[in-house]
Design a protein around this ligand. Structure first.
Ligand SMILES: Nc1ncnc2c1ncn2[C@@H]1O[C@H](COP(=O)(O)OP(=O)(O)OP(=O)(O)O)[C@@H](O)[C@H]1O
Ligand SMILES: O=P(O)(O)O[C@@H]1[C@H](O)[C@H](O)[C@@H](OP(=O)(O)O)[C@H](OP(=O)(O)O)[C@H]1O
Length: 340
């Protein structure tokens, strides 16, 4: 048996698109992420008992909630279906069955961004605090985010970068990694970045209000489909966007000769869009105005929060400033890309 290819039940395979986190290794006791091909979901091992229990309690606390703020959070995380037992390498293990955030993507570009300067929880030992503080320090201490891994498809093919790459990055290096990940080294794909920002603004708005939880060592998973994006950008007509009675859509060339779909409230606005609204100028109003980008982008551009093994109730009813700081940095880097 190849030790990295564990013995798995029929229909279950290793999640080849896993970019970070615990992996299957030569040690048969180590478990990584799996995929259930029959129903298109991913399976996350429970991990250390206390981590699994916390993550389960987090997901369960959201499942039956009537709290409007917690209901909102459901939009920012993968769907949790149930916990299941699976036999791996001849032993029974517990897994979370979760929505596959890359489902339907032909060439998924995936980045795991760990959020927060502080990546240890209130119960961490002094040793764990020290180890965590020293990891990814040049990047994490400045930006409050770090990069445990990503994969990207480019015109030159597929590339994967692991935690060892991420640990060498400083703040500037993280910006370069993001540009590589977004295929934005020469030409910035504005509609992709705008859609990421739109989703990040929603998450930020939630964090600016919520005092339920503090998220330690949690990540933002960014995923987009390289194939769909190429098609989308080359296609002058976005067939997924149908004209509605209230709103009319127009395809407006952006600075790259690509086309993005903008939604405007009435046809009279279109002329004024041409000379005065290159897409990046629309950015500052994203949060407050209803719909600047085409909603169909959501299907192949996703930003979701993952990894809740170290989520704790907010001890003193305070905002999660640790998470917010990292989130603001990520948003600032993406906004700066549009202004270049
Ligand atoms: N819902 C999901 N859909 C698709 N891929 C996912 C999903 N959840 C996790 N992944 C993949 O698995 C990786 C690890 O996920 P996660 O961070 O939850 O695991 P972990 O082992 O707890 O990580 P860590 O070692 O940072 O604690 C992610 O980087 C991503 O590649
Ligand atoms: O960034 P890296 O180098 O991948 O480091 C891992 C990362 O901090 C994980 O969050 C952590 O798992 P926990 O969240 O479960 O603590 C794991 O600890 P572990 O090796 O003790 O599992 C670390 O090794």
């Amino acid at each position: 048996m190849n030790q990295n290819q564990p013995q798995l039940p029929k229909g279950i395979c290793v999640l080849e698109t896993q970019v970070a986190g615990h992996l299957f290794t030569n040690n048969t006791a180590a478990l990584g992420m799996l995929k259930d091909e029959t129903i298109g979901c991913v399976l996350k091992p429970f991990g250390k008992p206390e981590c699994g229990a916390r993550e389960l309690s987090f997901y369960e606390s959201l499942q039956n909630t009537h709290d409007p703020q917690l209901k909102k959070l459901q939009n920012f995380i993968p769907k949790f279906y149930k916990k299941i037992r699976l036999e791996v390498n001849g032993k029974d293990h517990t897994f979370f069955q979760l929505e596959d955030l890359t489902h339907g993507m032909q060439q998924p570009c995936i980045m795991d961004i760990k959020v927060g300067k502080r990546t240890w929880d209130p119960l961490a030992s002094p040793h764990k605090c020290k180890v965590e503080e020293e990891k990814y320090a040049r990047c994490k201490q400045v930006l409050g985010i770090c990069l445990p891994g990503f994969q990207v498809y480019t015109e030159n093919g597929y590339k994967k970068f692991d935690r060892d790459y991420g640990k060498k990055l400083d703040a500037e290096g993280l910006g370069e990694a993001l540009r590589l990940f977004l295929n934005a080294q020469e030409m910035v794909c504005e509609s992709l970045i705008e859609e990421l920002l739109r989703q990040l603004y929603d998450i930020r708005a939630w964090f600016r209000e919520q005092k339920h939880f503090h998220f330690y060592a949690s990540s933002l998973l960014i995923a987009y489909d390289y194939v769909a994006l190429q098609k989308r950008l080359q296609n002058e007509k976005c067939t997924a966007c149908q004209k509605s009675k209230q709103q009319q859509q127009h395809y407006i060339p952006n600075g790259n000769g690509l086309h993005i779909c903008e939604v405007v409230d009435n046809l009279d606005d279109v002329d004024s869009c041409y000379p005065t609204s290159p897409t990046h100028k629309a950015i500052p109003s994203f949060e407050n105005e209803s719909l600047n980008t085409c909603r169909c982008l959501e299907r192949y551009v996703k930003v979701k929060m993952i990894d809740f093994a170290h989520v704790f109730p907010s001890a003193n009813n305070s905002l999660d400033m640790n998470y917010l700081f990292g989130l603001e940095s990520l948003i600032a880097i993406l906004e700066a890309m549009l202004k270049r």
